[in-house]
Design a protein around this ligand. Structure first.
Ligand code: F0G
Length: 357
């Protein structure tokens, strides 16, 4: 019997606070692979069981689709005609795609010059009105909150509670795949919605006796954009991982609760650690994620080295977005020039032999 994947809203409708019977606005998101890492534990020098929740395989290439299907489904059910978000790129790509599917207008506010090329291409391609602001994400989100008071647009940033409801389903999938929750869940933290949503999802299954343990939540920030490490918002966040270039996270309290109640922690990693982790994932596991996603592995490596995570642990890391989102960084990661030769067997053969030596 064939079975068509219907996406998150249909699969988890009973666990989502949506109006009964409303039409799902879906692109068959979710159900992403939980890939066992075969080479990284050796590289990290610690005998852990490591899994990558590869969210880059969602329809628009990031975990944002989970929240967006629920937020746009709900807005559409109320008859909304337009959605708006501020974004470092991925939210805008997801909002643009789901709005297109729902025949709604989409407005996105992005920091000029600070979003990855692939994400901009997506928002443009799906027909969103892209408003570049000469400022950062935090200023964009403040503007979105203000403007939504005076024009008829629905906010689909994660301050919209339906976003986190959708994103919690990733925790459900992990428990369904492992038959338990991991000991540690490690992930990047920007606006802090995702760490809050995962904790919500883990707790929900735990409360319903669908798993007997809960993970420690470990949230990693880029050194130059680490308000949780400073203990307060910061004004001018800076990092190569533009997706998490955020200084005033909206879900501050929820994220702090997730970390405290799970006996987890926040830590920061340098841009160099992030870029190295991105290369490790690509070279050692064949998994291409964007820089912000690699903060998961960068933080994990640091925590293994510091002895915070030890042998025998079951660890899940979320790889939040696909590497193709940010081709500029990927290409800049390679210092050695590409080989150009004449179209002759001799030249090609010579090149291969010299590389095999
Ligand atoms: N990783 C990626 C690839 C992201 O795009 C984001 C957030 C995060 C991690 C952090 O998740 O905000 O829930 O803590 N991107 C948002 C955006 C801000 O606009 O696309 P968070």
């Amino acid at each position: 019997m064939t079975q068509i994947d219907t996406g998150l809203v249909e699969k988890y409708r009973a666990r989502l606070p949506l109006p009964q019977g409303c039409q799902a606005i879906s692109l068959c998101e979710g159900n992403t692979p939980l890939i066992p890492c075969v080479n990284l534990p050796t590289k990290l020098g610690v005998d852990i069981k490591l899994y990558a929740k590869y969210e880059g395989l969602n329809p628009t290439g990031s975990f944002k689709d989970r929240g967006m299907t629920v937020a746009v489904t709900e807005a559409h059910a109320r008859g909304a005609k337009a959605v708006i978000c501020a974004s470092t790129g991925n939210t805008s790509a997801a909002a643009a795609a789901y709005a297109a599917r729902a025949n709604m207008h989409c407005f996105v506010l992005i920091p000029e010059g600070k979003i990855a090329l692939g994400k901009l291409a997506q928002a443009r391609m799906h027909g969103a009105t892209v408003i570049q602001i000469q400022g950062n994400f935090d200023q964009g989100l403040a503007l979105v909150r203000e403007v939504a008071e005076v024009v008829p647009v629905e906010i689909v940033n994660s301050i919209n509670p339906f976003r986190l409801q959708g994103q919690k389903t990733a925790a459900f999938e992990i428990i369904e795949a492992l038959g338990r929750a991991p000991d540690y869940h490690v992930l990047p933290v920007g606006n802090a919605g995702n760490i809050s949503a995962y904790w919500m999802g883990y707790r929900e299954y735990h409360d319903d006796n669908l798993c007997s343990n809960l993970p420690r939540m470990c949230g990693y920030q880029a050194e130059g954009a680490a308000p949780f490490l400073h203990g307060e918002p910061i004004e001018n966040p800076e990092t190569v991982a533009t997706a998490i270039r955020i200084g005033a996270p909206a879900s501050w309290d929820l994220a702090e609760q997730a970390v405290e109640r799970s006996s987890g922690w926040f830590a920061s990693v340098s841009d160099e650690q992030i870029l190295q982790a991105q290369r490790w994932l690509a070279e050692s596991e064949g998994i291409f994620c964007e820089p912000a996603s690699a903060a998961s592995l960068a933080g994990l490596a640091q925590d293994c080295e510091r002895g915070n995570i030890g042998p025998g642990a079951v660890v899940v890391m979320t790889l939040t977005g696909h590497g193709l989102k940010d081709p500029d960084i990927a290409i800049a990661q390679r210092q050695e020039p590409m080989v150009t030769v004449s179209p002759t067997l001799a030249d090609v053969r010579e090149t291969i032999i010299s590389h095999l030596e």
